[in-house]
Design a binder for this molecule. Structure first.
Ligand SMILES: O=C(O)C(=O)C[C@]1(C(=O)O)C=C[C@@H](O)C=C1
Length: 272
């Protein structure tokens, strides 16, 4: 039986790239393409896929909010992560004037400055993915896409400009969703979501203190609206260590006594 890995499609997305990097060396895999991240993660939850690879955050634009929200809601766990350098290109047929620039909203946001400076008159339109944008640019000469150079090749387009992201160093962190938390490797990360029981002075501080006291290094902290009203948040926290590690286990136990809700999203090998 082949290992089924779901990604955002069509062929040529950065998500596909992340999946190929992560599954390198795995004996028998097949990529399954979805039109959105919800579809990927739901198929993991339902057992239709072994794994799903979705972007969680980007070094320029921050959280991919829909993925963060889905991880909290769905019954899936994070089993891995892959950091992928993202070097966007402007791709198109290169024969007529570019009137419309298409891409995934995340990619357009990462290239705002380039578009404003070089194509001030062009309209921007969002698509389901960067490769979906490239596929459309293949059909319409006045459209260009922000996508990976590999997508240009795949859809028979020309690379009109390279490295068009606003900051050269542009990295997207993808997570691998599965159904079972893998064992500790000694170089792991744990991702949590915490909801404070009650808004009171020092509530978040007292949670963070549990990590600090045990010298547990946090690698990310981010808040998302809880959807219960303004000022009410979920805190997404990533830390170094595995949930089976006694120090982490001990901190989690203390935090469970203090917080209203703690969900462990996963413990998984760290991508260096
Ligand atoms: O459209 C793609 O190629 C994707 O894989 C999605 C996505 C994202 O949503 O962050 C992935 C990496 C880049 O940051 C831009 C787009």
């Amino acid at each position: 039986m082949k290992t089924r890995i779901g990604v955002l499609g069509p062929e040529g997305t950065y998500s596909e790239k992340a999946a190929l990097i992560w599954s390198e060396g795995m004996p028998s895999t097949v990529l399954v393409y979805f039109k959105d991240f919800d579809g990927v993660l739901q198929a993991v939850e339902e057992g239709e896929l072994d794994y799903g690879i979705v972007p969680l955050e980007n070094s320029l634009e921050g959280a991919v909010t829909v993925v963060n929200d889905l991880l909290l809601r769905l019954n899936v766990v994070i089993v891995g992560e892959v950091n992928v350098p993202v070097r966007h290109c402007l791709v198109g047929q290169g024969e007529s004037e570019i009137k419309i620039i298409l891409s995934h909203p995340q990619a357009l946001a990462q290239c705002r400055q380039f578009i404003r400076e070089h194509y001030p008159g062009a309209e921007t339109r969002t698509t389901g993915s960067t490769s979906h944008a490239a596929r459309l640019a293949q059909e319409f000469g006045e459209m260009a896409a922000i996508a990976d150079a590999g997508a240009a090749e795949r859809y028979g387009l020309r690379v009109l400009a390279r490295d068009v992201q606003d900051v050269r160093e542009n990295v997207t962190r993808f997570i691998v969703a599965g159904r079972q938390i893998p064992g500790a490797t000694g170089k792991d990360k744990t991702s949590l979501v915490i909801h404070l029981a009650k808004d009171r002075p020092g509530a978040l501080y007292s949670i963070l203190q549990e990590f600090a006291q045990r010298s547990i290094n946090l690698t990310r902290i981010e808040s998302r609206p809880s959807r219960r009203g303004l000022g009410d948040y979920y805190f997404y926290i990533d830390l170094e260590g595995h949930q089976d590690n006694s120090v982490v286990l001990d901190a989690l136990e203390k935090i469970r006594e203090k917080a209203g809700m703690v969900k462990v999203l996963g413990s998984y090998p760290r991508d260096s």
